[in-house]
Design a protein. Structure first.
Length: 135
């Protein structure tokens, strides 16, 4: 996984995500969804790829890194396949990289980030609804 992958066309990114290893149902309480991946890229890579796709100057890629979420959604009965890509806040990247997690692991995440159990549950519910994590 490198900086070039973010610049790939959506259909190519979807194919890469489909070939990635899958998790098995029945494991821990929370795991990364089959089509979701977190990749570490040089800082500014995603913005540069988006600029290139719009025929704009890509700008520079920084010396730091950024955590990027890639979620591939397969085609449905009336839906085209889709790939969603976004830069993650540090805490969300930490959570996703630490998956799979059980209830105790989620509670420890909440303590580390000074979040109440309700706040952690709301975060998880949102990630499940977005197809990023699975229970």
């Amino acid at each position: 996984e490198g900086p070039v992958r973010a610049a790939l066309p959506p259909d190519t990114r979807l194919a890469v995500a489909r070939r990635a290893p899958r998790t098995v149902a029945g494991g821990p309480a929370l795991r990364l969804a089959p089509g979701a991946r977190v990749v570490t890229l040089p800082e500014g890579t995603l913005a540069a790829a988006q600029a290139l796709q719009q025929d704009e100057h890509p700008g520079s890629v920084g010396p730091g890194t950024e955590e990027v979420l890639v979620v591939a959604r397969p085609a449905g009965p009336h839906q085209e396949p889709d790939v969603h890509v976004e830069v993650l806040p540090d805490a969300i990247a930490e959570l996703l990289r630490s998956l799979p997690l059980d209830a105790a692991g989620l509670a420890a995440f909440g303590v580390r980030h000074d979040a109440t159990p309700d706040e952690v549950a709301g975060l998880v519910d949102g990630l499940v609804a977005d197809g990023v994590v699975a229970r």
